[in-house]
Design a binder for this molecule. Structure first.
Ligand code: HOZ
Length: 430
């Protein structure tokens, strides 16, 4: 087999990785399959910046896909991690830190009366679905096309994120039984959800929804969509699960449920609550959570759940997030979105920029993006060309049209000025 010629350290590392790790990456969205080229292998981060193995510096708008709401190596998070490291990093036993973090989450998100910490968003959604099935005695789950809730079998059907990016059509490895229990309807289309309940009466255990879709690109809920789901699920005896893995403590101090004033039965969390270390959580109504083992019979467990380092980083992160921070994130997000729209319109490129707080997706289309079909109408080849021009200018964006840009508190006005410079001329050309 002939070896690819290599010129950069990232290319060398990718060559080695391809022989050892599927696709050379440990999560598909990191590969550059949708945009072409070699992903820079990162070695260091600081504030809004990351550096690759070839010493190039990038303005980071990936933010580790959401957790780094304070940017890289925030001093408070670093201090909390150092402090915990000195005392040990896993005990397989309860710790005071877990209790504090749970109390902080409940105080900011009152619908989460009790919660269980796990190690990833996938674990959180998977466990919430199991709990919903146990609590209702029903089998089916209703989700929305382009919604991504991690990679548990029943939730991968018509999923967004990497599944959308790679255009994976079916669900190889998933049994017809698992897929058959998942009903998929259009996001922001209440009549479709209502029709599903008519077709499968008393069969749907839960509706699971990203209250702001973030994995088909950012798609805000239409006015009344979430409240409509709340009414519908209540009427039908079905649980409403908000997947706030991306939006939790990102779009408001109390998450999307506070921003839109709709209270779910169960909430899934991740990303921000771990401050950049592996984490997930599911929680909600006390009567439901008391069904979880060992309080109740619904089994779920994890060796590193509530890991002390994760809990320390998560607590230190949440401790920074006051109202002023959300105001700053809103302002920075608005300015970044305006700059992208302005540069695109100057170049005559049709573009819709969707934004909720510090979550942004520029869609290469002239028509509103309200669901998965309208997201897929984007010119993904043009997105790829723009992505590479920005990378050349030293800006690291998510390598897919169907993801969100994440602005952090480290994206100060000066840093956004640098983004503006990089944007200039980035939409010119084909
Ligand atoms: N799915 C998330 C991004 N939309 C997390 C990143 C990943 O899948 O690796």
């Amino acid at each position: 087999m002939s070896k690819r010629s290599t010129t950069t350290r990232s290319e060398e590392l990718l060559d080695q990785a391809l022989a050892l790790i599927p696709g050379g990456v440990n999560s598909p969205v990191r590969a550059f399959h949708a945009v072409g080229g070699t992903p820079p292998f990162m070695v260091r981060g600081d504030g809004p910046w990351v550096w690759d193995a070839d010493g190039r510096r990038y303005l980071d708008l990936v933010g580790s896909w959401g957790p780094l709401i304070l940017g890289h190596r925030h001093p408070a998070v670093l201090a909390a991690l150092r402090d915990q490291l000195e005392r040990g990093w896993t005990f397989g036993a309860p710790t005071e830190g877990e209790v504090r973090l749970a109390a902080t989450i409940r105080e900011r998100m009152p619908s989460v009366e009790m919660l269980r910490l796990v190690s990833s968003g996938t674990e959180a959604t998977m466990s919430a679905v199991r709990l919903a099935r146990a609590a209702t005695g029903r089998s089916k789950i209703l989700k929305f096309a382009g919604g991504y809730h991690g990679h548990a079998d029943p939730l991968l059907v018509e999923a967004g994120s990497g599944v959308a990016t790679l255009g994976i059509p079916g669900t190889p490895g998933i049994t017809p039984g698992a897929a058959g229990d998942t009903i998929v309807v259009r996001y922001n289309a209440p009549p479709e959800a209502e029709a599903a309940f008519e077709r499968w009466p008393e069969a749907i255990a839960a509706v699971i929804v990203e209250p702001v879709a973030g994995n088909m690109g950012v798609v805000p809920p239409a006015p009344g969509f979430l409240a409509g789901l709340r009414d519908l699920t209540r009427r039908e005896g079905t649980l409403l699960i908000f997947d706030e893995v991306i939006t939790g403590f990102r779009v408001a101090r109390g998450g999307a449920q506070a921003r839109y004033g709709v209270t779910p039965d169960l909430t899934c969390l991740g990303k921000v609550i771990g401050g950049g270390l592996p984490v997930g959580a599911y929680g909600g109504r006390r009567d439901l959570m008391e069904l979880v083992a060992p309080a109740g019979p619904v089994y779920q467990a994890g060796t590193l759940s509530g890991n002390p380092l994760t809990v320390a980083a998560g607590q230190a992160t949440l401790d920074q997030l006051d109202d002023g921070v959300y105001q700053r994130l809103e302002t920075a997000g608005q300015r970044a979105a305006d700059l992208i729209s302005g540069a695109a319109s100057e170049a005559g490129v049709p573009m819709i920029v969707n934004r909720v707080g510090s979550l942004i997706t520029p869609f290469f289309t002239g028509s509103p993006v309200t669901d998965y079909d309208s997201a897929k109408a984007s010119d993904t080849a043009r997105f790829g060309r723009w992505f590479h021009r920005m990378l050349e200018q030293g800006v690291s964006l998510p390598p897919s049209q169907f993801e969100a840009l994440f602005v952090s508190t480290a994206h100060t006005p000066d840093v956004i000025d640098e983004f503006a410079v990089a944007l200039a001329g980035s939409f010119s050309g084909p």
